[in-house]
Design a protein around this ligand. Structure first.
Ligand code: G1P
Ligand code: ZN
Length: 549
């Protein structure tokens, strides 16, 4: 026998979603009722939203990190008790974030619950996360996350269907009371969407020619099965092209963050005289990407600009782009492409949720963030493997190396030298006082000259959504120099320990003779200025950043 039970609970004060859902240590989520409270708050905050069709459908899955499957059982049982009539779950609880977005759209679901802490480490002492995506397949808007948080402060009870654990291993349907739980292959629908967007035949010819070598580092995270199926089985990349392709609950003890610091083996295979032609990596939940060529690193900001400039070479984008968008701290490289294509370019706050309205309204086709995120209107999340296939399609058509494609881009548009410096696990109050002090000095900064730079405008970035008019303030302190150089400061909204200060630095270089430098050297004066203006050492006690990308 099974039944709907209602459990009395008390609120937790710390369930405010950040840049991308609620992220906490696993042990925080393991407290009695902690997960249940947040899930019930999602259901309560969304209960008034409409759903299409006769079923109220929820898509569920996660990146397979520690606690994924326990949490999924709880969520499914709660969804049944909260009136969902159809639940689509990835087999073995697995779904990459972009695949979850794809399924929400395909099945016209009410929404989805995705379990992931993205690129943060996994394991009993590491991180876990949960987020709600709406019917468009995209992350909940700011209004909705605020409503979820409010519910979490007021919650007094939650509902759960009382039954044995659901079998998530076997593909097929199970009827539980008034609800059908369908366990689906996590890869199939996503792979099908990719086939519609890209010229698989052309990519296959290149990958099977014997003269093009590539590696994809799945970092022991969710993209392993996707990459093996699409790159190796469908497109013919030799077995072994996918590195670290088995998802693990602790990502093999590594940090599933696709950057040079965490993809050392991949980087080695792309370095030296024997270097492979193409390298890429994705993160814990499959939405980020890093792109490498032989002895060449592509910044995510450049990658977005290059995809935009070459989009019509790819079948899914042959008709051209309606517009593009980038998060504010992302470099201005894509702005230059938009200007030359004569299409709009939107500047949004950090976080994928801000692209949703623009994509839904058809105002943009491509968008991206400097934090290794690129995507388009095919889903409502950034998409790591999609970016990899986009690059492979462009390379197959142009027949040029990654370095040649990027360098030609710089010749035409200039190079946007770019770097991000992160100061991690800073004491929260110290980080806040640094930002407060910057805010107080903004008005007096305009017109000031620092070495070779003159401040044109200094402000705290605010954004009005052009579709729904909603306003988001205090999204990062910007110091804009004459000539286009910029320094941006903001505090991370995804960390689980203390504060992380992110400092973004960029400058534009149009002289071809000066486009080949190391960004840390080309930007040295601005980097020093960024520390000085914000008095980083005085506030944080740190003289150097922990991570430089
Ligand atoms: C970080 C990135 C941001 C991205 C988010 C989720 O957020 O900076 O661009 O959207 O992760 O992947 P942050 O920690 O800076 O708030
Ligand atoms: Zn991610």
């Amino acid at each position: 026998m099974s039944a709907r039970i209602t459990v009395a609970t008390t609120a937790f004060a710390d369930q405010k979603p950040g840049t991308s859902g609620l992220r906490k240590k696993v042990r925080v989520f393991q407290q009695p009722n902690y997960l249940e409270n947040f899930v019930q708050s999602i259901f309560d905050a969304t209960s008034g939203l409409p759903h299409s069709g006769t079923d109220k459908t929820l898509v569920v899955g996660g990146d397979g990190r520690y606690y994924n499957n326990e949490a999924l059982q709880t969520i499914i049982k709660m969804a049944i008790a909260n009136g969902f009539t159809r639940i689509i779950a990835g087999q073995n609880g697995l779904l990459s974030t972009p695949a979850a977005s794809c399924l929400i759209r395909k099945f016209q679901a009410f929404g989805g619950i995705i379990l992931s802490a993205s690129h943060n480490p996994g394991g009993p002492d590491a991180d876990f996360g949960i987020k709600f995506n709406g019917a468009n397949g995209g992350p909940a808007t700011e209004d909705l996350t605020a409503a979820i948080y409010q519910q979490s402060l007021d919650i007094e009870q939650y509902h759960q269907h009382d039954c044995a654990d659901i079998d998530l291993e076997r593909i097929g349907s199970q009827q539980l009371q008034a609800c059908v739980v369908e366990v689906v292959d996590p890869v199939t629908d996503y792979a099908h969407l990719m086939e519609q967007l890209f010229d698989f035949q052309r990519i296959r010819e290149m990958l099977t020619s014997g003269s093009f070598r590539m590696h994809f580092d799945a970092m022991n995270a969710i993209t392993g099965p996707y990459a093996r199926s699409i790159l190796e089985q469908s497109l013919g990349a030799p077995p072994g092209s996918v590195l670290r392709g088995i998802p693990m609950t602790d990502f093999g003890g590594g940090h599933p963050d696709p950057n040079l610091a965490h993809a050392v083996d991949l980087q080695q295979r792309l370095t030296g005289s024997e270097a492979a032609d193409f390298g890429a990596a994705s993160d814990g939940d499959g939405d980020r990407n890093m792109i490498l060529g032989a002895n060449f690193y592509v910044t995510p900001s450049d990658s977005l600009a290059i995809l935009a400039a070459n989009a019509t070479l790819v079948p899914g984008y042959r008709a051209g782009l309606a517009g593009v968008a980038r998060s504010m701290p992302t470099s201005q490289a894509v702005d230059r492409v938009a200007a030359s294509l004569d299409i709009p370019c939107f500047e949004t706050p950090t976080g994928w949720k801000f692209f949703g309205n623009l994509l839904d309204a058809g105002k943009i086709t491509l968008c991206g963030e400097e934090s290794f995120g690129t995507g388009s209107d095919h889903v409502r999340e950034k998409d790591g493997l999609w970016a990899v296939l986009f690059w492979l399609n462009i390379i197959a058509v142009r027949g040029e190396s990654v370095a040649e494609i990027v360098q030609q881009h710089w010749l035409r548009y200039g190079r946007d030298y770019y770097t991000r410096h992160d100061y991690e696990a800073v004491e929260s109050a110290a980080a806040q006082s640094l930002v407060d002090s910057l805010r107080q000095r903004l008005a007096s900064m305009s017109g000031r000259v620092f070495g070779n730079y003159e401040v044109e405008l200094a402000d705290d970035f605010a954004y009005t959504d052009p579709v729904d008019g909603s306003r988001s303030k205090q999204q990062g302190v910007r110091i804009l120099m004459r000539g286009g150089a910029r320094i941006v400061y903001r505090l991370s909204g995804t960390g689980t320990e203390g504060a992380t200060l992110r400092v973004y630095i960029e400058d534009h270089q149009t002289d071809p003779a000066k486009q080949g430098a190391d960004p840390q050297i080309a930007l040295a004066e601005l980097i020093a200025l960024a520390s000085e203006i914000a008095a980083i050492e005085k506030h944080t006690g740190r003289s150097l950043p922990d991570v430089v990308t």
